[in-house]
Design a protein around this ligand. Structure first.
Ligand code: HEC
Ligand code: HEC
Ligand code: HEC
Length: 326
């Protein structure tokens, strides 16, 4: 028994895969006694709860902060599912345990415990296989706007959501397969609303958080989001009957092609052209306001140029995005 205990201790200390051996309380350590997450637990709510009520102290990836310890391999995590639920119910969030309970009317402690085990401590748990349901982007989220708003996030998270590390300092973690991306749409949205960008969360709250969450999911996490809900938010642009394609072609050659090239290959075709992903008026408005630099008045909505050129850009360079081309 003593020798067995010693081996057990050593194996834990050396971080080797723990043997299935018992300590003096008969508590098993190791793979033979994994926590079982009941199928009723809702991982989607778990991640939202965790992001809003716990991450401020325990960090979004569970690694802990100065206000709360690491939950990776934490004592309560090793105790089993029910003890972890009770611990959260009774004591967390610290200072305000009523905010996350396990009662008839609330499943916060249960769902959050499931998230802590399944996402942060996968080695300690079984029963997480029940698929995490895919996030659904609500129709009021505007992906095109979201891609524009995302500009303020790129510095830390990278243009493709790949994350940015410079000289060993992590500016921002990758947003591909990110923790808060694994839950519900609302969980990601409220995380951005409440905490991003870190120094000034009000810079992207409300509609911005809604739109940016749609961009983060649809552009960087196609496996985590209902593909159809990403589609719905980008209806085809309807070309107005008044647009004159021939006039648009002539204006394009005179005012635009020197920078955007005859085939629109600089920023005016495919996904590179953000303003081409939305409504017709998004593109014509963008041209009206800013193109050609430095004299956008040369091609405005007032003189018809912006409408005609927008029609030309849609019908020639982005026909799959356009509806009603002559
Ligand atoms: C205000 C900061 C704060 C918040 C918010 C918070 N915690 Fe904690 N948590 C702590 C501190 C500090 C400890 C360690 C002290 C203790 O054990 O009570 C802790 C301990 C824990 C433990 C035990 C870890 C171990 O080593 O066994 C768990 C589990 C836990 N928290 C889960 C949660 C959950 C789930 C939430 C959200 C519902 C949450 N916490 C919110 C500060 C916080
Ligand atoms: C100044 C750098 C910076 C900027 C700008 C920034 N972030 Fe972050 N972001 C971070 C850091 C650092 C973390 C990790 C925070 C943590 O661990 O609690 C993070 C975490 C996140 C996460 C959670 C990642 C995960 O693993 O679950 C999301 C989602 C996110 N940011 C989205 C955004 C969005 C959207 C914007 C723009 C509106 C933005 N961020 C702007 C630095 C930044
Ligand atoms: C002097 C060079 C120059 C000329 C001329 C010019 N553009 Fe641009 N255009 C740019 C640059 C650089 C960008 C990218 C920077 C930016 O977004 O402002 C851009 C961006 C754009 C965008 C945004 C693309 C996106 O991803 O949403 C549109 C649309 C656009 N131009 C249309 C036009 C049209 C139409 C004309 C002619 C009426 C025109 N431009 C003339 C340089 C030019």
């Amino acid at each position: 028994m003593r020798a067995g205990k010693l081996i057990c201790l050593l194996s834990v200390l050396s971080l080797a895969i723990a043997l299935g051996c018992a300590d003096s309380d008969g508590q098993f350590v190791g793979s033979s006694q994994k926590a079982q997450v009941p199928t009723v637990a809702n991982l989607t709510s778990g991640i939202s709860n965790y992001a809003s009520a716990c991450a401020a102290c325990h960090a979004i990836d569970g690694s802990g902060t100065e206000r709360g310890n690491s939950l990776l391999g934490c004592e309560s995590c090793k105790a089993g599912f029910d003890p972890l639920v009770s611990r959260i119910h009774a004591t967390m969030p610290e200072g305000n345990p009523a905010a996350c309970q396990d009662s008839e009317s609330d499943t916060c402690a249960r769902d959050t415990a499931a998230h802590i085990l399944c996402a942060l401590n996968p080695d300690l748990v079984e029963g997480c296989d029940e698929a995490i349901s895919l996030a659904v982007v609500p129709p009021e989220a505007d992906r095109v706007q979201g891609a524009e708003s995302y500009a303020q996030c790129q510095f830390c998270h990278g243009a493709e959501g790949q994350g940015v590390t410079f000289n060993g300092t992590v500016f921002g973690p990758p947003l591909t397969d990110c923790q808060v991306c694994q839950g519900s749409f609302e969980g990601l949205e409220s995380y951005i609303h409440d905490t991003m960008p870190p120094s000034a969360p009000t810079n992207c709250s409300g509609q911005c958080a809604l739109d940016t969450a749609a961009h983060v999911l649809c552009a960087f996490n196609p496996d985590l989001v209902d593909a159809e809900s990403c589609e719905i938010t980008i209806p085809k642009a309807v070309i107005p009957a008044t647009a004159d394609l021939a006039a648009g072609e002539a204006s394009y050659a005179a005012l635009c092609s020197q920078c955007h090239f005859a085939d629109g290959s600089f920023r005016l075709s495919g996904p590179d052209c953000l303003s081409c992903q939305g409504d017709f008026s998004v593109l014509s408005g963008r041209i009206h306001i800013s193109m050609p630099p430095p004299l956008p008045a040369l091609c405005s909505l007032g003189n018809g140029c912006a409408e005609n050129v927008a029609a030309y850009v849609f019908c020639e360079f982005n026909p799959e995005r356009a509806e009603g081309c002559p």
